[in-house]
Write a protein that binds this ligand. Sequence first.
Ligand SMILES: Nc1ncnc2c1ncn2[C@@H]1O[C@H](COP(=O)(O)OP(=O)(O)OP(=O)(O)O)[C@@H](O)[C@H]1O
Ligand SMILES: [Mg+2]
Length: 346
Amino acid sequence: MEESASAQIEFRKVTKMYGSVAAVTDFSLAVGRGEFLTILGPSGSGKTTALMMLAGFEAPTKGDILISGMSVAAVPSYGRDQGIVFQNYALFPHLTVRRNLEFPLEMRGVKASERVALVERMLKRVHLGAFGERMPSQLSGGQQQRVALARALIADPPVLLLDEPLGALDRNLREQMQGEIKSLHREFGKTTICVTHDQEEALTLSDRIVVMRGGQIEQLDTPEALYGRPANRFVANFLGEANILDDPELGYHKKDRPGTVPMIRPERVRIAAGNAVQPADQDQRQIVSGIVEEMIYAGPLRKYQVRVGRTSLIVREHVASGQEIFKPGDTVRLDWFRADVRSLSE
Ligand SMILES: Nc1ncnc2c1ncn2[C@@H]1O[C@H](COP(=O)(O)OP(=O)(O)OP(=O)(O)O)[C@@H](O)[C@H]1O
Ligand SMILES: [Mg+2]
């Protein structure tokens, strides 16, 4: 009993072959009830394939998928009781917003009077109370996405599947919709699996993130653990920026820990004038001297590229008043806590 209570969805050693191409290989994953899990990875890494198998649009070549502890190998997609927002699974263009939302309810035999009330409530919930009679083509991209989310949620499925739900939106709208998805998740508590190649989106929304590459899982962890303690070079680079320190000039030697490379995140590196006084806690810090190659100003952040030996290090600092600003050609001193350096497998 306990097992099925904790894992609502389970992939067991699932492989999907398209001819000789392995889209997903030996994929195992358990998703808890009410959890928001994101599958993150570059294009072609198998994210959509994994979700399509869960939705029942594709069948695994090997392995099994369980929902609430039961194999769904024999259950067709319409029998799986999942709300779906896929990028290519658009609204019905010939139906009004209201009729789009009514559709899943009709499919489940909900009475007409009840349907009206449910649609009304859901339209209000996604801030589209006045848009019920519009056709999808008369809505903005963000409004269409909200209708799609509303349609996925309205029949109260226990599981919500989202494939790049915000892919087509501009940055501001994306952020707004991320907030919307988060608050819907908080409110309805659906087990949600979201596919994205946008790392910021994954970090913002998820309880846990699966990082995929080439059809396989590279790492599965909470956003903070993934960012703070990436397992390998690929994950470190895919989630944010990473300074790889495998250069004797940076104080690290390959032979120290074979098969691994040291890494420090750009926001953990401090920048100061070349002739600044040494920090009081210098025994805990690595201190190097470099030349600024580039300074990029990005709103609240300033990003430097600093040449140290054969390595170009990225330094990111929050813009604050009274800060010294360096320009290309300046000699600077960089330092970081040795304890902040992570050891990655190659
Ligand atoms: N129907 C298909 N027939 C053959 N190969 C396929 C098919 N669908 C996907 N693939 C291949 O499987 C691999 C994984 O594809 P998938 O669509 O799962 O990637 P993805 O991670 O969702 O990528 P994206 O971020 O671009 O959407 C790719 O190499 C792709 O070319
Ligand atoms: Mg995809």
